[in-house]
Structures are given as C-alpha cells and as structure tokens.
Design a protein around this ligand. Structure first.
Ligand code: ZN
Length: 204
C-alpha cells in the first residue's frame, strides 16, 4: 500500500506559505509506516520544533489501474475519509532551501493520520462537493470545500496514474486548504465533514 499526496492544491494555502501555484499537480509519497489510525495519539517527534497539521480529504483506491483517463477516473475510488498530513515545516523549509527531497519532513512515522473510512457518496453534498474542517482544541482552524481544489479528484487520479500504478488500498491525500498551524503536546485535533466527526487525534 502506498500513499500519494498532492501539495498546493488549494490556492489560499499555497499563498499562505508564499508558494507559487504549480502548473501540474505536485505529487509526493508517504510509506505505509506513516499511517496512524483508529483515533490513536500522535507522539510529537523530537526531530522537529514545528509540526503543522494539514487537514485533507483522502480517497481510497478500489480498483487497480495505470494511465487512467480522467473520464473513467471516478471508477477507481469509492471510499473516503479525512486525514492529517503532518508536516515538519522547519525540516521542509531547509529541504526546500537546499533543493533536497523533503521525505524526512513529510513521510515520517505516523505523519498520515486517517479518520473513519466511509463511502464517498455519504460525504458529498447535493452539489457533489465535500465540505470539511479541522478543529484544534475545539476551535475551527481550517475549513475547505473540494470545489476550491485546483486539481479535482479525477484530474489527480489521472495524473498520478501516469507515473504510479494505482492499486486497491492505496490512499490519495488531496491537498489542504488554508489555516495550517503548529501543533503542540496536549492539542486535540478533530476533523469534520458537515457536522460529522470523522477524525480524532490527540498530540502527546
Ligand atoms: Zn498536505
């Protein structure tokens, strides 16, 4: 199982980090050892002093495929949840400055938090989009709607599958809206779709 993540897929988030909007989806991977699920606590690693939360809609691949055309892409995912793409922003900034790969900042153990998986159809509004948010200690800090994505689900699947064969069980983190911020020990993070809480994670 692999995790494919999309960077800078919401213009307001790209702007808050002073990043340009990419011309094609910006992809990176996390290994399966990054998964943290079932409401387990996230233990703050000591290699970073600036871990950020990034709430994202996550798709689960339900069919193997390669070089998938956009018009057929919807057949390749049916389950979804919210996830947190934990990012060691201090390490990432150093990697970016030096032009180095940023796996140590993005793909470390437990950096891919997963909420409760459910049928995507249940998470969509009448307009087909997913409206989601993240609260930190009971206060909403991020809010997004998939209508704001620069590359939609089908475009992401089509683009990613040119490079990586998608396999059943693979996960796609589809990018974070604005509002990312540092987490501290003791913080409680909760992800919501509408009024429904899908994700709970305590930082220890
Ligand atoms: Zn992210």
């Amino acid at each position: 199982m692999k995790i494919i993540c999309i960077g800078r897929n919401y213009a307001a988030h790209a702007a808050e980090l002073n990043n340009p909007i990419p011309e094609t989806p910006l992809l990176f991977l996390k290994p399966d050892t990054a998964v943290l699920k079932d409401g387990k606590a996230f233990y703050h690693p000591n290699f970073s002093n600036d871990i950020h939360h990034e709430i994202e809609v996550v798709l689960r691949i339900c069919k193997n495929g390669k070089s998938i055309e956009q018009e057929f892409a919807h057949k390749y995912y049916d389950q979804s949840t919210l996830g947190i793409d934990f990012t060691a922003r201090d390490l990432q900034s150093k990697c970016k400055e030096q032009g180095h790969p940023w796996e140590i900042a993005k793909a470390f153990d437990n950096s891919a938090v997963l909420g409760e998986m459910m049928p995507l159809a249940e998470l969509r509004n009448a307009d087909g989009h997913v409206d989601f948010s993240l609260s930190k200690n009971g206060v909403q800090v991020q809010h997004g709607n998939t209508s704001q994505m620069l590359s939609n689900f089908d475009a992401i699947i089509s683009y990613a599958s040119k490079f990586f064969t998608l396999q059943v069980g693979d996960l796609i983190f589809t990018g974070t809206p604005a509002g990312v911020s540092q987490v501290k020990i003791g913080d409680v993070l909760e992800g919501f779709v509408g009024g429904r809480r899908l994700l709970y994670c305590e930082v220890k």
